[in-house]
Design a protein around this ligand. Structure first.
Ligand code: HAS
Ligand code: CU
Length: 549
């Protein structure tokens, strides 16, 4: 077995560190602007004092959304996932120069997009729906970032090929398999966004075409916009499946079931975008219903994950003396901040996932669409399941990168629990406000139509938001001190969990890619082609761009 000989992965570690640095800066900007929005719910209008840094509520909101959900996630993932893969293959990236060039391209893209964003010339939110128009550099920069992610896919594929040459008959190691599937799924899914950018938004923002077709643009956007949430989620799942069980002192319950879950994500993540467009005209109800069914199908691999991960945690807790049907849960090593953060993230995700099903229900969606309920949903999912898991991952991975132990475990534990407390208050308030009819993406602090039933809930948004802000600052403080002054000894890189039911138990077809890719293409064609043809024939580019803020 080659696994016995550790190889030098210091270059990969540095690359991961470089991606993380950018991710942390983005998260910092994202949480600071988030605090401002939270405070606006108690009527605090800080924007006049912040000019020209943040020029309006909507400028802050765009910074918040883009930095958190697009930049923090993407840069973190492009740092974390390839590192997991090379550790699992126990070999370097196929091309280190390509790895660094990818980082350079993505950083360049971020700068190109970031300049107009900071200057209030791209105040179009993270969904950048036309006809709201941003400076062309915003679209070009984001496109470069996406191209960068494709290069990560390429490097992973080449690494897999190199590994395969020497391991003809072995199963791909689970963490590497999951890394590959995550990036392949994303690469397919991002084609919609690439088409929207290249054929619509970029020519239009450059003035080459004067009018745009908003409905077609939205449809291409959501082709990518739903699967992007699984591009954020699956790296957290990789950690929950392959690392957390080990941290819990246990084993992964089932390796084949974990593979099956990821393959289902490959198949089902993309043909679901219309669940963001139930209220859009021009798309037939029948096709919306098809996407509803696919959405309920893609719920299933998360249920598999729920079962498998909880069963794995249970093996750890029982090995530590845990007993009873539920009581074992308290025997998990809760003193380990990395584990605690991630298990807490799972608990919160159960609620985020249930909310997702409510959103997905065709008729129920009418009640919650475009309301604060959706904001509550995505703060539990990307804002907690993903973000708090990523924070938990940094608590072991940053020490590995900088070669010093975490500055304070206790501070890290406080941070994770504070996030949960803040988010519980915050998301409860947002869900309730949404059900009471409060719209999203609205400067509520300035609204003249505040309803009486909103009044008691609005301070909770500010309180929850402030608690999360404090939590985030503790996170940054701990990372900064770990990097600068920690005297704790460098930790050994943590190991992947072994499986109770291992990869040999998985049928060989689970390790093939082609049949799954083919099926995935068929599902996407069925779900999208008729509507895209219909939109191309029946609707036209007839709206000029405008600037709102
Ligand atoms: Fe969503 C809108 C439906 C998951 C993010 N979603 C959004 C938006 C974002 C977002 C950002 O159908 C707003 C976009 C915008 O700006 O307009 N979402 C779903 C469904 C799921 C789902 C069905 N969403 C996510 C994830 C996200 C995310 C994941 C980010 C990472 N979402 C929607 C719909 C809309 C939407 C509609 C449009 C709404 C509208 O009208 O605009 C599912 O994938 C969820 C499945 C998940 C579960 C949870 C499984 C639990 C696990 C943890 C288990 C372990 C535990 C440990 C609990 C079913 C795996 C416990 C221990 C024990 C002992 C028990
Ligand atoms: Cu979605």
């Amino acid at each position: 077995m080659t696994h016995a000989v550790p190889i030098d992965l210091s270059s990969e570690r540095r690359l991961t560190g470089a991606f993380f640095l950018i991710a942390f800066i983005a998260l910092f900007v994202g949480v600071v602007t988030g605090l401002l929005q939270g405070l606006s719910h108690v009527g605090l209008n800080v924007y006049p004092w912040l000019r020209p840094l943040v020029q309006s509520y909507y400028h802050g909101l765009s910074l918040h959304g883009v930095m958190n959900v697009l930049v923090w996630t993407t840069f973190f993932i492009c740092g974390f996932v390839p590192y997991v893969a090379v550790r699992a293959y126990n070999r370097p990236l196929a091309s280190r120069p390509l790895g660094w060039a990818t980082f350079g391209l993505m950083l360049l893209g971020l700068i190109v997009a970031g300049v107009p964003l900071l200057q209030n010339n791209a105040t179009v939110m993270f969904t950048f729906y036309p006809p709201m128009q941003a400076h062309w550099a915003f679209y070009v920069g984001l496109t470069l970032v996406v191209v960068g992610t494709w290069l990560v896919t390429l490097n992973l594929l080449l690494t897999q090929r190199n590994w395969r040459r020497q391991h003809r008959s072995e199963r791909t190691p689970l963490p590497a398999f999951m890394s590959l599937i995550t990036f392949i799924m994303w690469t397919i899914a991002s084609l919609g966004l690439a088409a929207e950018m290249l054929f619509m938004l970029i020519p239009w923002s450059l003035g080459w075409s004067s009018e745009i077709n908003p409905l077609l643009a939205r449809t291409l956007f959501w082709f990518t916009g739903h699967p992007i949430v699984y591009f954020w989620l699956l790296p957290a799942y990789i950690s929950w499946y392959t690392l957390v069980p080990r941290q819990a002192g246990g084993r992964l319950f089932s390796d084949p079931m974990a593979r099956a879950s990821f393959l289902l994500f490959l198949l089902l993540s993309t043909p679901v975008g219309f669940h963001h467009q139930y209220t859009d005209p021009g798309i037939a109800q029948g096709w919306k219903l098809v996407h509803t069914f696919f959405t309920f199908a893609v719920f299933f691999p998360s249920l598999l994950t729920f079962f498998n991960v909880v069963a794995s945690l249970e093996t750890g807790a029982r090995a530590r003396g845990g007993q009873g049907l539920v009581a074992w849960f308290f025997k998990l090593p809760w003193g380990d901040p990395s584990l605690a953060a991630q298990v807490l993230a799972m608990l919160m995700f159960a609620f985020g996932g249930i909310g997702g099903l409510i959103n997905a229900s065709h008729s129920m969606n009418l009640l919650v669409h475009n309301s604060m309920y959706i904001v509550g949903h995505f703060h539990l999912t990307v804002g907690t399941a993903v973000t708090l898991s990523f924070m938990g991952i940094t608590y072991w991975l940053v020490p590995v990168i900088v070669g010093r132990g975490l500055w304070s475990r206790r501070l890290a534990l406080t941070q994770a629990w504070l996030w949960v407390v803040g988010m519980t208050v915050f998301s409860y308030a947002l869900h309730s406000l949404g059900l009471e009819g409060m719209p999203r993406r609205t400067w509520i602090g300035m609204a003249t139509y505040i309803q009486p039933e909103w009044r008691s809930l609005m301070p909770l948004v500010s309180i929850g938001g402030t608690i999360m802000f404090v939590s985030a600052m503790l996170y940054f403080l701990n990372l900064l001190l770990t990097w600068a002054v920690s005297r704790e000894p460098a930790p050994a890189p943590i190991e992947f969990a072994e499986a109770v039911s291992g990869p040999e138990a998985a049928p060989v077809f689970l390790d093939r890619l082609r049949p799954w890719l083919l099926l995935s293409a068929i599902f996407i064609l069925v779900a999208y082609v008729p509507t895209l043809i219909h939109l191309l024939m029946e609707s036209s580019a007839n709206v000029s761009g405008f600037r709102v803020w």
